[in-house]
Design a protein around this ligand. Structure first.
Ligand code: IMP
Length: 427
């Protein structure tokens, strides 16, 4: 079985719990895009761990994890993450395989990311993890790849870094007035020694994965961020710099989407977003505050409070089409339990015309839409112990049914709490 798990909103849908839950049924868990901008929180037996770079399927001792060529790797972060997991008692080193073609997030990528954010009058609200600048260098063929770290001598690597970083160092000094103590040799030595000390396996992962799939092995692809943050299909320019939608699998691992049997779209029972950009159903009021507090909606990577609002069906219809979603895993429904009423945006109105999907995904359109809401009665009951669909209060069943009918995609799981066992299976 080849399964893809992808977030259908602006990230933070609770994908890590889903991956952690499913990982034991798969031989490989694979990340295909993004980098340490992700924050995937897994809770097992009250122990909480936040993954930024490694696939969250690692908490499951049987899976081998692969970091595909589409991921951008911050070696310091990788080092810290592996050490923290091992300190917690999870064996890691011989279970991680990294693509030789993955690009490396260098120190200068992170610096320029922060400088741009500070200087820009129109901020994106990035995580300052160097993601955009690293992907820029990849596309403009000035990137440092894992194969460079492994295969080049330190002096050769330093030379490459020196050449490729030049432009950024110039910008830092002349555009941002930032005095960067750039030393290519020091960077090369530190990247090489840190990476080599990890002892992780580096491979041509596109060949490995295709061979393993052809021989019947199962693979779980783990998306980071969400479809609305996809560089092409998201709410550009307020997006991340990778293909966070399903299409990222093929470019980010070399495995054709034809091989994927099912695409599980993760939908949080309400909507959140971190950073700037349009958010039609945002509740910048007491309701939003209540959802934020109940749902612990603070960024796992940056600690920023997440903006909160009602579920947005027009955007989810769009994500469902673009992502080729075959089933939905609905998360965090328990967070809504204390509300008297719960709203869902069913359509948008623009100048009196009704749209069931955004006509355009540009900020101008999305800032101007007027959400049309349907109001549901709150269930006002704790859901965290619900085990079967029939045990949900009838108001919660009405909410779940309405979502799946509106999106025309079956909801196959509903999560009622952060632990693995707090999951109701509907199939
Ligand atoms: P970047 O990926 O750091 O360049 O940030 C670009 C946008 O994507 C910002 O609005 C971030 O807040 C958002 N973003 C990046 N990663 C995540 C994530 O894992 N969850 C939610 N938002 C994210």
């Amino acid at each position: 079985m080849i399964t893809l798990v992808v977030g259908m909103q602006w990230g933070d849908e609770g994908k890590a719990k889903v991956i952690d839950l499913l990982a034991s049924s798969y031989d490989y868990v694979v990340r295909y895009q993004g980098g340490a901008n992700a924050g995937h929180t897994v809770v097992v037996d009250d122990k909480k761990f936040i993954f930024h770079l490694l696939p969250s399927g690692l908490m499951n001792p049987s899976a081998i994890v692969v970091v595909g060529n589409g991921v951008v790797i911050d070696i310091d972060q990788l080092f810290d993450e592996i050490q923290s997991l091992e300190n917690l008692g999870f064996p890691v080193r011989n279970r991680v395989i990294i693509s030789d073609k993955a690009h490396v997030v260098m120190e200068y990528h992170k610096i320029i990311d922060s400088l741009r954010e500070k200087a820009s009058p129109k901020k994106i609200g990035t995580t300052s993890r160097g993601i955009g600048p690293c992907y820029e260098d990849k596309i403009s063929r000035r990137g440092i790849r894992i194969s460079d770290i492994v295969n080049l001598e330190v002096n050769q690597l330093a030379k490459k870094i020196e050449t490729f970083a030049q432009e950024k160092v110039f910008l830092m000094k002349n555009l941002y007035n930032y005095d960067y103590d750039f030393n290519a040799l020091k960077l090369a030595e530190s990247c090489k020694s840190k990476f080599e000390s990890l002892g992780v396996e580096v491979r041509n992962t596109e060949i490995l994965l295709n061979r393993e799939i052809n021989s019947g092995k199962s693979v779980l692809f783990e998306g980071a961020q969400g479809i609305l943050l996809d560089i092409d299909f998201g709410t550009y320019p307020y997006v991340t710099s990778s293909n966070a939608s399903s299409s990222g699998v093929s470019t980010g691992t070399g495995v054709s989407l034809k091989k994927v049997d099912n695409v599980i779209g993760i939908v949080k029972s309400y909507t959140t977003r971190v950073g700037e950009g349009p958010f039609p159903t945002e509740q910048d009021n007491d309701i939003g505050q209540e959802i934020r507090n109940k749902g612990g909606e603070f960024g796992a990577t940056t600690g920023r409070p997440r903006r909160c609002g009602w579920l947005d069906l027009p955007l989810l219809r769009y994500s469902s089409i673009v992502g080729g979603i075959t089933e939905i895993f609905l998360t965090k429904i328990d967070v809504l339990s204390d509300l008297d009423e719960i709203k869902v945006c069913t359509d948008y109105s623009i100048d009196g015309e009704i749209f069931d999907m955004p006509p355009f995904m540009d900020p101008q359109t999305l800032y101007s839409v007027k959400p049309i809401y349907k109001t549901f009665k709150g269930w006002k009951k704790k859901l965290s112990d619900v085990k079967k669909f029939e045990d949900f209060p009838k108001e919660a069943i009405a909410y779940i049914d309405f979502i799946q009918q509106s999106l025309n995609v079956p909801i196959t799981y509903v999560s009622v709490g952060p632990e693995r066992h707090q999951t109701v299976i509907l199939k």
